[in-house]
Write a protein that binds this ligand. Structure first.
Ligand code: CTP
Length: 400
């Protein structure tokens, strides 16, 4: 369950900080990628060197890297994470989290984090029992944060009571159980097409488009995170994925994408067709570079490519779900509805270039999903990682 998961581990200034080392070891052993963010007080209790060695990642503490002055982006970190765990969490950090006091990297990351947050308090029994701490914890619960209750036992003060941070194994088990419950695509195979296609004119030229592949890759990661085995057929893009449940097939032209997608589809439970497939290709491509002197006006004769979505729509068997995209510049809704029917899709994701921040080359997107029952859902402008979650939620609903 933890394999490939991105976990931010927040470490704060408590004597229990040494247990963060055991948490990291346990998470890394289970295949998770751990990024430690430590508060200034945390560094008094455990060295960043220990934590970076165990996590195999530099530890982040300041807003700017001490080494080269680059900005540590809490926003990017918050989006990267599948979960954030603050262990140990002191009364001070819990108070800052509850009140949004963003005076260190850990709290800014917490405020930017869209992923679920787990908090493992560690403090003396009277501090833990104090109304202020309890009210702050209630506040965190009301935000949807999960509190991993401390255990009872002998504390650093030698007093006995509740406040001892829960054992690392139990904390890891909490994360494991949480991810297990999220695996609503387990045993499902999902085909995703992504990126542009390049239609060759000669050895140095092609017809392409502005698609970056970001949306398709975000979808692949979102499906894989939820347990699916993903087959990602990608047109030319610089993007790569490390997720162990994603197999990437690189293709160049629409014809290659068509062949690969059609050969994979019979074994799939679903397909999401996110690629911006060129509608036309040059009738023939030149063996040698076309020289300017040998052509007057350049006339390319283009012939239509096969429609992957429509072909899969024809082949689709009972139980398979097909989701497509429509990127439109005008009359988006009617074009999308037409494509939904024409290609026999179960749902279509409409993004309109009329909306600021939507479509190609952006990190954000603004979508509307229309399904075959006619249900229309509008979503606000979001980062593509979050948009992918909305689309995968729709896919899961349709698979049911
Ligand atoms: N699509 C496809 N194969 C093609 C063309 C499109 O699989 N040869 C898929 C896209 O991945 C997308 C959906 O069909 O999921 C709609 O793509 P779009 O380019 O908007 O549709 P077209 O049918 O090409 O219509 P037009 O370009 O005329 O708007």
């Amino acid at each position: 369950m933890l394999k490939g998961k991105h976990i931010i581990l927040g470490v704060t200034g408590s004597i229990a900080a040494y247990k963060a080392a055991t948490i990291i070891r346990g998470l890394v052993k289970k295949g998770a990628e751990v990024q430690v963010v430590i508060t200034p007080a945390g560094k008094e209790f455990i060295t960043p060197l220990t934590l970076s060695t165990l996590s195999r990642n530099p530890v982040i503490s300041e807003f700017f890297s001490n080494r080269d002055g680059t900005w540590n982006s809490h926003v990017d970190l918050g989006l990267w994470a599948d979960a954030m765990l603050i262990a140990p969490a002191t009364a001070a950090t819990i108070g800052k989290m509850a009140n949004g006091i963003a005076d260190n990297m850990l709290i800014t990351t917490y405020l930017s984090c869209k992923a679920p947050v787990f908090v493992a308090p560690a403090m003396d029994l009277d501090m833990y029992a104090h109304q202020a701490t309890q009210q702050n914890l209630d506040r965190l619960r009301s935000f949807g944060n999960r509190i991993i209750e401390p255990g009872e036992g002998e504390l650093a003060s030698q007093l006995i009571g509740k406040g001892r941070m829960e054992d690392p194994e139990v904390i890891i088990a909490c994360l494991h159980d949480f991810f297990a419950a999220q695996q609503d695509l387990i045993d499902k195979k999902v085909l995703i097409t992504a990126g542009p296609t390049h239609e060759k004119i000669d050895p140095v030229r092609f017809i392409g488009n502005y698609s970056s592949g970001k949306m398709g890759f975000a979808l692949a990661e979102a499906c894989a995170r939820r347990g699916a085995e993903v087959f990602l057929v990608a047109g030319p893009t610089a993007l790569r994925t490390e997720h162990p449940r994603i197999t990437q097939f690189d293709v160049e032209s629409a014809e290659e994408m068509y062949q690969k997608a059609l050969s994979l589809f019979p074994q799939m439970d679903a397909a999401l067709l996110c690629a911006a497939v060129a509608d036309y290709r040059p009738e023939s491509s030149a063996e040698e570079k076309i020289k300017r002197e040998s052509t007057g006006d350049m006339i390319l004769h283009l012939v239509p490519n096969k429609d992957i979505a429509a072909s899969l729509g024809k082949q689709k068997r009972e139980g398979q779900v097909l989701g497509g995209f429509a990127l439109e510049t005008q009359d988006g809704m009617s074009h999308a509805q037409d494509k939904l029917k024409r290609k026999n899709l179960d749902f279509i994701v409409l993004n309109s270039l009329e909306d600021q921040g939507a479509g190609f080359r952006h990190d954000t997107n603004k979508i509307t999903i229309i399904d075959r029952t006619g249900e229309v859902t509008d979503y606000p402008l979001k980062n593509k990682t979050e948009v992918a979650v909305d689309i995968v939620n729709k896919l899961v609903e349709q698979l049911k």
